[in-house]
Each structure stands twice: as C-alpha cells, then as structure tokens.
Design a protein around this ligand. Structure first.
Ligand code: PAF
Length: 286
C-alpha cells in the first residue's frame, strides 16, 4: 500500500494504478461502516484508493472539528487490512494552499435538513469531494447511506458538473441494537449511547407502519418524532419524509422516499435514515 502525502506523489502513484479505480473518501476514525465501503470497492474494482483528510471547511462548529477523533496509525492499518492500494493523506496545506478561494455551492438540495442545521457544511463537502475526485480520477466513488443528504448533494454535483464518475451508495452498518455506526459514537457516554438508539427505534417504527400501509408522510414522520421526544437525553432536530432523490417534501408517501432523522445527544449531532425504493442503495451485486 502506497501512502501519498502530496498532490504530486498522488499523481505519480495514481498513474501507475491498473484498471478501474474506486475511491473511498474518508475523514478517518474508521469503523465497520467505512470497512463496508472499502470491501465493496475492493470487490468491484481492480484498484482501490482511499483518502484520509479531516476537512475543516465542512465543520460549521470549530469545536466539532477539534473534537473529531484522529488516529492515523489505526486508520492506515485498517486501509491496509481492507486491501487498499493507495492512500492519499495530505496535510491541510496540500488541500488548501495559500490563496485558495473557490467553493462549490450545491444549491437547494443542500439548503434544508442537515444544510439548515449546519450552514455551509455541504459547500465544504462538495468542494473537498470535487477536489478529491479531480486528484484521484476514480471510475466510481463509494459513500455510506447514513449520510443520505451528502450522497444526494454529491450525485447532484456529479450530474451538474458532468463529472465522469459513478457514485455508489453502500448500506448503513448498524450495531446489534440498531444504532448506525458513526465516528461520533465514541464520544457518547454509556447513557447517551443508549439514548442514541432512539433514532433507529423511531425509524423502525415508521418503517413498520409503512409495511402496514401507512402512506401519510406526516404520520410516518410523527412516529419518529414521538420516539425521539420520549427519550430524555435526546433533543429532536428534525424527522422528515422526503423524496429520496430531490429531498423535496412529498404530499403522499410513494417511493422513492427517505425518512431522515437528526437528534442532538449531549451536544453530539447524530443522523440516520431509512430509504424506501428499489435500486437506490448498492445491493451487493457486481
Ligand atoms: O463522509 C465523510 O466522511 C466526509 O464528508 C467526506 C465525504 C470524506 C468529505 O470530507
């Protein structure tokens, strides 16, 4: 496995990679969810590139950026174990040299939900992902379903800017109690960790109601809200039923849909979702 720290060394190493190239962009603090992305890419592609860069421009809260868990040694070992061929782990000065000024505005798809909660977040994500795409020149790029709005912002950007890349969405990996894996989970106390299961419990009750033919978006969303509100340590940020691709509000619940939830637990923002509709998330096929 080659570790490139500069754009120049990345370019040289990338030029030597054979066949299709899958990129897995990460900010490190790797967990099973990242490993699922890496394994899917490894299965599909001749060459796998991972990126490791904690992108400060997507953190609207400097304290959140400072608290983001970092352990490069462990992350590199995980990349190696997952069969990554090339890691790009640049310092900030390589990604944002003096004079850097361009930002991608992803438009309305980034305005609500997480975009409203974290102003500027998706402009930071879109800008860094576009740079990582240009630097690594992948055939496909792998992202986790948990950050559903992020996947839609990136899909929109790929289409709008005619980027020659296929985004692949890999299903959320969960703990046995349903909590979606997230790098933020390590910051939860045991009580908060227990409270955090309310996100999945709420989503699961909405999905059960959907299976029982509930088709009112308001009723489905209310089931999630009620579950979160019943949890004293959780503060509901939003629970919404939206069109899964455009993220626009829907009048009647008809696939493709996403039920998206966000809650604050002890100052830690957690998100999760359920997607209703075929072919939106990778099915593990080749
Ligand atoms: O999902 C993440 O870890 C980040 O938003 C990403 C895509 C690596 C961009 O910094």
């Amino acid at each position: 496995m080659i570790v490139a720290r500069t754009r120049a060394s990345l370019r040289d190493a990338r030029a030597r990679l054979p066949g299709t190239v899958g990129v897995v962009p990460t900010m490190g603090a790797l967990h099973e969810g990242h490993r699922a992305l890496l394994r899917t890419a490894r299965r599909r592609e001749r060459s796998v590139v991972a990126t490791l860069f904690v992108n400060r421009t997507q953190f609207n809260d400097p304290a959140d950026y400072a608290a983001y868990p970092r352990d490069e040694g462990e992350d590199l070992a995980a990349f190696e174990a997952c069969g990554v061929d090339l890691v790009f782990a640049p310092p900030v000065s390589e990604m944002y040299p003096n004079g850097f000024g361009t930002r991608i505005d992803p438009g309305p798809i980034a305005a609500e939900l997480e975009g409203a909660r974290r102003p500027g977040h998706f402009a930071g994500v879109a800008t860094v992902v576009a740079k990582l795409f240009n630097l690594t020149r992948p055939t496909r790029a792998y992202f986790g379903q948990k950050d559903w709005q992020q996947t839609r912002v990136i899909a929109r950007m790929v289409e709008d800017l005619n980027l020659p890349i296929d985004p692949v969405i890999v299903p959320t990996v969960r703990n046995p109690d349903g909590l979606a894996l997230s790098s933020r989970n390590v910051r939860l106390t045991p009580d908060q960790r227990q409270a955090a299961t309310a996100l999945w419990r709420g989503l699961a009750s909405a999905r059960d109601a959907w299976d029982d033919d509930e088709r009112s978006p308001a009723a489905l969303a209310e089931l999630v809200r009620t579950t979160i509100r019943a949890e004293p340590l959780a503060k509901l940020e939003y629970a919404e039923v939206r069109h899964a691709l455009t993220l626009e509000p829907v009048g009647r619940a008809r696939p493709p849909l996403v039920i998206a939830v966000a809650a604050d637990i002890g100052g830690i923002g957690l998100i999760d979702n359920v997607v209703l509709g075929d072919g939106l998330v990778d099915d593990g096929g080749a």
